[in-house]
Design a protein around this ligand. Structure first.
Ligand SMILES: NC(=O)c1ccc[n+]([C@@H]2O[C@H](COP(=O)([O-])OP(=O)(O)OC[C@H]3O[C@@H](n4cnc5c(N)ncnc54)[C@H](OP(=O)(O)O)[C@@H]3O)[C@@H](O)[C@H]2O)c1
Length: 432
């Protein structure tokens, strides 16, 4: 297992899963255990960390039983609490990469990023909160570069499929890809499915604080990215997608923000022409439209007031119409759930000038995978870490704060994901 730096090579652990006692952390731990037994590129040394040793021990015992791997009972435990910087320092000194599963990140993330940078550990998280991700970039990019540390946020379902999917779509397009729309569909089995409480809370606080995201973005002082070719289609906030044959709404997660940051990086650092992007989620038929409109309106109103936010936090099942719950999805629900992210791109085939006339070529690609939050997310997070450990020479020259697409554009991350059940495929490419 390569580690990217001589001093890091001497650390006891390649990977530390921080927050392994959390709902998602437990599945990340299991995914690391699978990767370790697959022996990807050598012996993977790893440990788990969190604030409560007893809970972490119980999680290891459970994983040992569920995966029939009794050896997991002896995985090392590091006790570290976000509120105790010395404990984070001790943790970060021991690992090459810290997988941070402690969220909501707006409350708990920054001390971990700082401790990683100060102590030379690379940092990967599964944050879907643009304000945290962009705030970390603004505040820590230069420091992370100086220290040669990679800080790579949003390596879960938010937003590896969207970000790497855009790179994949561009790589399959013969010519200049100029605009892509993505449509997410999530299918559940007879048991239904849901997300866990912490993600619901992240959404509530993110939505309530959306004005500070706008002022944060001004601080970057970025000029708008140039629009190459025809402008991307303008869609309403609710429309019927002929492509998917379902009603669709704009995707409110971190995907558009992460993809835009990657496109900016590739444009500025590698002179690639930026691809316009819009993300949508399919919500089904007329009845789902009514439910979504009602839930959306309630959510919007209630996030404006602290009492409304407390009520939303207390009763996720009621106010999300079962999309989120305090208990999170059951094993059966997770087994019955899958996602499909379809990308519809257009552009100009080789020899056509994007500044003249309409696009003459179209492409459709898809990413299919298992349940997004707690099956696909651990896979994408762990494969991101394995890629960082094994292919540091293909990451950007210096450390810094990166999106998955800017960090992993030249690596084999997509191939690795294909081998682990998150599958990228070209559906068709044609002249229009
Ligand atoms: N990108 C994606 O698609 C995706 C998917 C899934 C989850 N997520 C995100 O991942 C994060 C975690 O979600 P979750 O559902 O797993 O949440 P969770 O079940 O509430 O787990 C939170 C974890 O953080 C730990 N923690 C809390 N305060 C801490 C502190 N002061 N010091 C150290 N550890 C602390 C908890 O430890 P204890 O066990 O000791 O309480 C627990 O291990 C959320 O931000 C969520 O949005 C993202």
């Amino acid at each position: 297992m390569a580690t990217g730096s001589r001093s890091r090579g001497e650390r006891p652990y390649h990977i530390i899963v921080f927050g392994a006692s959390g709902f998602t952390g437990r599945f990340v731990l299991e995914e690391v255990a699978r990767a370790a037994s697959a022996g990807l590129g050598g012996t993977l040394r790893w440990a788990i960390a969190g604030r409560n040793r007893g809970r972490l021990e119980r999680v290891l015992h459970q994983a040992a039983q569920d995966l029939s791997k009794p050896e997991l009972r002896s995985v090392e435990i590091i006790v570290a609490d976000v509120a105790q910087p010395e404990s984070l320092e001790i943790m970060c000194k021991q690992g090459v990469v810290v997988l941070n599963c402690v969220g909501p990140y707006r409350f708990y993330g920054e001390p971990v990023v700082k401790a990683c940078i100060d102590n030379g550990a690379h940092y990967i998280d599964i944050c879907g909160e643009p304000q945290f991700l962009e705030g970390v970039q603004l505040k820590y990019h230069s420091k992370a570069q100086e220290e040669g540390v990679y800080v790579i946020g949003s390596c879960g379902f938010d937003s590896i499929p969207a970000d790497m999917g855009m790179l994949y779509t561009r790589s399959q397009f013969k010519g200049t890809l100029t605009a892509v729309e993505s449509f997410l569909t999530v299918s559940t089995g007879p048991e239904g499915g849901c997300g866990h409480d912490a993600t619901w809370q992240s959404a509530i606080f993110g939505f309530a604080d959306s004005t500070s995201l706008r002022s944060l973005r001004k601080k970057f002082g970025h000029k708008p990215l140039p629009v190459v070719g025809a402008a991307i289609k303008k869609r309403g906030s609710l429309f019927y997608s002929k492509e998917i044959e379902q009603y669709s709404i704009p995707f409110m997660g971190s995907d558009p923000s992460v993809v835009r940051r990657t496109q900016r990086y590739l444009h500025q650092e590698h002179q690639q022409s930026p691809v316009q992007y819009a993300a949508y989620v399919c919500i089904g038929g007329a009845f789902s439209v009514l439910k979504t409109l009602f839930a959306g309106l309630m959510f919007w109103l209630m996030t404006k007031f602290s009492i409304g936010r407390s009520v939303l936090i207390q009763f996720p099942e009621i106010f999300s119409f079962g999309v989120f719950s305090k208990a999170g999805p059951s094993k059966k629900q997770m087994e019955g759930t899958s996602f499909c992210l379809s990308f519809f791109g257009e552009g100009y085939s080789d020899g056509w000038d994007p500044s003249q006339g309409k696009p003459d070529a179209a492409i459709t690609t898809q990413i299919k995978g298992p349940e997004p939050g707690y099956v696909a997310t651990p896979i994408t997070m762990v494969q991101a870490a394995i890629t960082l450990l094994n292919e540091p020479q293909f990451l950007p020259n210096m450390g810094g704060v990166y999106t998955p697409g800017s960090a992993f554009a030249r690596t084999t991350l997509i191939d690795r994901l294909n081998k682990h059940g998150v599958q990228f495929c070209l559906m068709n490419a044609q002249k229009t």
